[in-house]
Design a protein around this ligand. Structure first.
Ligand SMILES: NC(=O)c1ccc[n+]([C@@H]2O[C@H](COP(=O)([O-])OP(=O)(O)OC[C@H]3O[C@@H](n4cnc5c(N)ncnc54)[C@H](O)[C@@H]3O)[C@@H](O)[C@H]2O)c1
Length: 102
């Protein structure tokens, strides 16, 4: 599996394209964090992902808010990674301007 040992934070992962991407990455072995505005549907999505045999959790986050993005990465790091990954740190340090320009 191509993504074993990786963690994917999937924004908008409760439904639609985000959910499909989350499931596709889970099938390749990635642990998944579903970050979405919709708590109940995000939780259902995470449960479905866990059925594929990987770790998954749901968090409520409004990704239009840079503070919420930082929090989502921090929670991902503490709950699933348990260590400081450079890629997580880099993204969480995006300024509001650089996030908006993505
Ligand atoms: N479905 C398509 O064929 C298609 C084609 C081209 C582009 N797109 C674009 O791709 C994106 C996703 O499309 P979709 O069909 O999967 O939509 P969708 O509505 O099915 O899913 C979007 C998900 O994002 C979540 N979300 C929205 N705003 C959020 C926010 N601020 N913070 C956290 N979560 C948020 C929603 O709660 C929902 O779960 C949209 O921008 C859409 O315009 C979709």
């Amino acid at each position: 599996m191509k993504l074993s040992g990786k963690i994917a934070l999937v924004t908008g992962g409760a439904r639609g394209l985000g959910r499909a991407a989350a499931l596709a990455m889970a099938r390749e072995g990635a642990s998944i964090v579903v970050a979405d505005l919709l708590a109940d549907i995000a939780k259902e999505s995470a449960e479905e992902i866990r059925e594929t045999g990987v770790e998954a959790l749901a968090i409520v986050a409004d990704i239009s808010n840079s503070d919420a993005i930082d929090e989502a990465f921090a929670r991902t790091q503490s709950i699933l990674a348990g260590s400081t990954s450079s890629s997580i740190t880099r993204v969480s340090r995006l300024t509001g301007w650089s996030w908006n320009s993505l």
